[in-house]
Design a protein around this ligand. Structure first.
Ligand code: HXC
Length: 517
């Protein structure tokens, strides 16, 4: 064999060794845990055969605790680039078979390298996390590595989309990288995220808690809001990422991909003309409205199980991706509260950062009152949503279906927050407050001396409702651009979005605003 052939053979053998990560035994253990390896995951995520791996021959440089005798090619992370539906993405996948996927100095360098390339090329970064945290043997160098990644997460925020899948442990300060990215997807049963694990919790607070109850996918989806999508398993998590990408652009200078639309743009939905119940206190399901108006009824909901009184997610109108923000009358009457406001604000800001128009569907009775909310800072949280809508310069189309009262009317993308097209259904009630509450305030004294107080108040309420609880009062002042037939909503939104395609608005130059965090 020529020496060149021998060198090629050596290369092939090294590659084979690198592809085995921590070795076959560790791979088998990973499979026994119900998890895929880093390379298997990348293959599932990207277009077939598109992955180009980088830094396969990197080894750690640590000599503490005899580490020099134990090193693996690639050092616990697989990095590189490939495509999703033909579009370039950068990816890193932590390899749990090597030191439990723990983060070393060199592993951080590998991750930072692809993050820097993603920024240069204007392409998204996807991180597949499965790691025991900082590599203990490397001490401060591992911490420095995390900080380097965090700094890049911050610089990339709002420039390129950053997505994190949690497919195993993600604990300690390591959780802050996913938290800094745009979307976090957790796989049920195999993933967990927490700052301190159950043992530390027990020592510090005495509380007994399992990993799953402390930081599993369900907990972070329904209770904390840290997780945006709870996937059924690891493969499902990767499917969700591919779907999510179909709605978002490569970077903040591009538009989201336009897809061919075979759903007629002038499709009339007669059911919408009868969806609002006669009684103002009876709910209906906002999902039915969304399903009826968007292309082919397809809706990718974000944070489905968190603050269910506000629905946010991606859909398309005539093939154009939009972000939908909608009150859900079926849950807590669609009231706005702290969690719903935070959820909405973050989603609106993502859409605005990445040129995704906003369609807002309003049916909101107001903000949730009480000490629970006030002590929790609903003033600040509500202001976040207000700020996010007011700051957004993407096309904004608002449709008021029924209630739109008081502060919540303003917050939900009203005309004065630079709503571009503000429509209302004939059932809309746009007023300072509902009739019953209003007459209690206005006529409390007269009611006391009236012959029949209940009858008197009912009369006054009817008067108030006639005057204020309709869309025409707002339309009279131009705050509503048109009152539309509900069944024609899809067509009117599409027309509005077409008209707004060339919209250009810029905010005043500043270092950055001071959103009430
Ligand atoms: C070095 C690690 C490691 C780590 C795991 N391993 N975590 N090596 N540094 N942080 C190694 C194990 O020694 C083991 O090696 C292999 O990975 C697999 O781990 P197991 O424990 O066998 O797996 P499992 O039973 O599934 O448990 C997984 C685990 C556990 C829950 C993640 O390993 C664990 O608790 N690890 C420590 C977690 C931790 O406290 N990390 C530091 C957090 S502080 P062998 O050779 O036996 O196969 C932190 C700060 C970050 O991360 C700050 C950022 C700002």
């Amino acid at each position: 064999m020529s020496s060149q052939l021998e060198k090629v053979k050596e290369l092939i053998e090294l590659r084979q060794e690198a592809r085995l990560g921590g070795g076959q035994k560790a791979i088998d253990k990973q499979h026994e845990r119900g998890k895929y390896t880093a390379r298997e995951r990348i293959a599932q995520l990207l277009d077939e055969g598109s992955f180009e791996e980088l830094d396969m021959f990197v080894r750690h440089r640590c000599t503490n605790f005899g580490q020099e005798k134990k090193s693996y090619l690639g050092d616990g992370v697989v990095t590189g680039y490939g495509t999703i539906d033909g579009r370039l993405v950068y990816v890193f996948a932590q390899d749990f078979t090597v030191f439990g996927g723990s983060l070393s100095e060199t592993m951080a360098l590998k991750i930072c390298k692809i993050m820097d390339m993603a920024m240069k090329m204007g392409a998204p970064v996807i991180g597949l996390n499965d790691s025991g945290g900082a590599r203990i043997q490397e001490g401060i160098n591992a911490l420095a590595g995390y900080a380097e990644i965090f700094q890049r997460n911050i610089m990339a925020s709002g420039v390129i989309p950053q997505i994190s899948a949690i497919l195993g442990p993600c604990a300690g300060g390591a959780v802050y990288s996913p938290a800094l990215t745009d979307f976090t997807i957790m796989a049920k049963g195999i993933s967990y995220m927490f700052l301190t694990g159950p043992k530390v919790v027990k020592t510090v607070t005495g509380e007994d808690v399992t990993q799953d109850a402390l930081g599993g996918a369900e907990v972070h989806s329904a209770k904390s809001g840290v997780c945006h999508f709870a996937a059924e398993d690891g493969e499902d998590a990767l499917r969700i990422i591919r779907k999510l990408f179909s709605y978002i652009p490569q970077n903040n200078m591009e538009e989201p991909p336009l897809v061919e639309c075979n759903d007629p743009i002038d499709r009339l939905e007669d059911s919408l003309n009868e969806i609002i119940p006669d009684s103002a206190t009876r709910p209906y399901d906002m999902y039915e409205v969304i399903g009826a108006i968007v292309d082919n009824g397809e809706f990718l909901e974000v944070q489905r199980d968190y603050a269910r009184n506000l629905i946010v997610g991606f859909a398309r109108f005539n093939g154009q991706a939009v972000g939908i923000v909608a009150n859900q009358p079926k849950y807590l009457a669609g009231v706005l509260d702290s969690n719903a406001s935070r959820k909405g604000a973050r989603f609106v800001r993502f859409c605005d950062a990445f040129n995704i128009p906003l369609v807002t569907l309003v049916d909101v009775p107001g903000f949730l009152p009480g000490t629970g909310q006030e002590y929790n800072g609903v003033i600040l949280h509500g202001a976040k949503l207000l700020y996010a809508f007011g700051e957004a310069t993407v096309p904004k189309v608002t449709v008021t279906l029924r209630k739109s009262y008081g502060g919540s009317h303003i917050v939900m993308s009203c005309k004065q927050l630079r709503g571009d097209m503000n429509y209302a259904w004939p059932t809309a009630e746009i007023a300072v407050m509902g009739g019953a509450g209003a007459v209690e305030v206005l006529y409390a004294r007269e009611a006391k001396t009236a012959e029949n107080p209940a009858e008197f108040l009912a009369e006054k309420e009817a008067e108030y409702n006639k005057l204020f609880c309709n869309p025409y009062n707002a339309a009279k002042y131009g705050y509503i651009d048109d009152v539309i037939e509900p069944r024609n909503t899809r067509f009117r939104i599409i027309r509005a979005l077409q008209q707004l395609a060339t919209k250009k608005v810029t905010n005043p130059a500043k270092k950055h605003g001071n959103i009430p965090l």
